[in-house]
Design a protein around this ligand. Structure first.
Ligand code: PLP
Length: 456
């Protein structure tokens, strides 16, 4: 293949507005452009022929791995037969209807309907609208505030950017703050008192939530949104008992729970859904990434039967629901979703995420856990993080200017492995494709240990 890297790099600098990128540094050529050309299994290759083991599965989304013929064929077949038809006023396609049934068959108990979107962000926007609509139909016009958590990530739309509890996504955007409140992150490693047990810290988080609800007035709080395990905020599993204690507070004040399973849905924690893994009882579940393993953009809001029974009363009162996207339930994306869910079952990768994930995390702990600048190795299923500290004994942060996370990520890349410097803190994250083998896990662990030795 002709190497077009130079030409593409020039066009990229001049015309491509990249998401989540330092705009000036990139336009000036201070950060590299890497043009990705192909992918196979857990590897991607760029236009210069350089191959990397992608231990972050793109953006924790290519769950079945790259280059799956079955999904490519399903997409091509659907495009030839029927590239598009909308889903408004009761229309559907074989693909979209079949996929909705497949999702409900796999979802936690009590789920009833799927509303399709294209991204995790738009699915969470749908959630918020449905929550407000639900409370209006129930005659509770004041019950509208949404509680999210610091370090939570729920997208970067206008409303979902507000829900996201990371400063980077708020800076200078004037996002609406009013209906959104942020409560404590379940970040045990950075708990306020080192002597707290995990259970005590979970109780502390639940107490903080309850205090907020009482201060604001329970009649004003509509919902709580959380990722089963914090993802972009640093790959932080909940401390023991966390979700049970949070759930008890929500039930006490009749507050809905939204499980944002954009990352954890379809296997990443070794169960089909993270809600099942941690015993959450959501009223709404957000899905995206793993639904198609990113072979096509597709997301969904899974609505519980409890909410559905109220929502359908809405149409009797108000007429058709005024919420729709042109590309909702796009048949090409739905066809990709069906092939992907079939492949997940055929390959047994949900189970693999549990077993290989446990192996990967324990090898990582053995290889780097004792390092003087590693504060913690943590994770669950096929999600793992290494948090770096200046001083292991008192978990001191590095000076932010040193950008330790990005330094380790780039040393790792030099060793042929992609990890992710998480956006807040000195944290290196891993979320490889769920088909990862033990041999591939060993490659990642070795590269991580070498990269850490080089940086410190
Ligand atoms: N929710 C969670 C938990 C996510 O991790 C993400 C993206 O990483 C989103 C929502 C937003 O999804 P998208 O980037 O598809 O809008």
């Amino acid at each position: 293949m002709l190497d077009r890297s130079n030409e593409l790099t020039a066009w990229d600098r001049d015309h491509f507005f990249h998401p989540s990128t330092h705009m000036g540094a990139h336009a000036r050529g201070e950060t590299p452009t890497r043009v990705i050309a192909g992918g196979e299994g857990v590897y991607i290759t760029d236009t210069t022929g350089r191959k990397s083991l992608d231990a972050f599965a793109g953006l924790y989304c290519v769950n079945v791995g790259y280059g799956r013929q079955k999904i490519a064929d399903a997409i091509a077949e659907q495009a030839k037969n029927l590239a598009y038809y909308h889903a408004y006023v009761g229309h559907g396609t074989e693909a979209s209807i079949t996929l909705s049934k497949m999702i409900i068959d796999r979802a936690p108990a009590g789920m009833s309907r799927v509303y399709f979107g294209l991204s995790g962000s738009d699915a969470n926007e749908t959630n918020i609208k449905l929550i407000w609509y639900y409370n209006n139909i129930l005659g509770r016009p004041d019950k509208k505030k949404i509680i999210s958590r610091w370090r939570g990530y729920h997208g970067s739309g206008v409303m979902t950017g507000s829900l996201t509890g990371l400063a980077l996504f708020h800076n200078a955007f004037d996002l609406p703050r009013a209906p959104v409140l942020h409560t404590e992150a379940p970040y045990y490693f950075r708990r306020p008192d080192r002597s707290m047990s995990e259970e005590q810290f979970s109780q502390y988080c639940a107490d903080k939530l309850e205090e907020m609800i009482i201060t604001e007035g329970p009649e004003t709080i509509a919902a709580f949104i959380g990722e089963p395990i914090l993802g972009t905020g640093g790959i932080v599993p909940p401390p023991n008992g966390y979700w049970q204690k949070i759930q008890a507070v929500l039930d006490k004040y009749d507050i809905l729970l939204v499980a944002d399973e954009v990352v954890t849905g379809f296997g990443r924690l070794g169960t089909m859904f993270g809600s099942d893994h941690y015993g959450m009882k959501p009223d709404l579940i957000t899905i995206a990434k793993g639904l198609t393993s990113a072979y096509a953009p597709l997301s969904g809001t899974i609505v519980s039967n409890k909410m559905w029974q109220v929502l359908i009363q809405g149409s009797d009162q108000l007429g058709a629901i005024g919420h729709g996207w042109t590309y909702s339930a796009h048949p090409i994306c739905a066809a990709a979703g069906i092939a992907n869910l079939e492949l997940i079952d055929e390959l047994g990768i949900v189970e693999n995420a549990g077993t290989t994930g446990a192996y990967f995390r324990s090898e990582l702990e053995k290889a780097v856990g004792g390092h003087r600048n590693v504060g913690e190795v943590r994770g669950d299923g096929l999600m793992a993080a290494i948090e770096f500290v200046e001083d292991k004994d008192d978990s001191t942060f590095f000076d932010a200017g040193r950008k330790i996370g990005p330094q380790v990520a780039s040393a790792l890349l030099e060793r042929g492995v992609i990890g992710r410097a998480m956006p807040q803190g000195d944290i290196l994250g891993f979320a490889p494709p769920l088909c990862l083998t033990r041999e591939e896990a060993d490659i990642v662990v070795k590269a991580a240990a070498d990269a850490i030795e080089t940086v410190f």
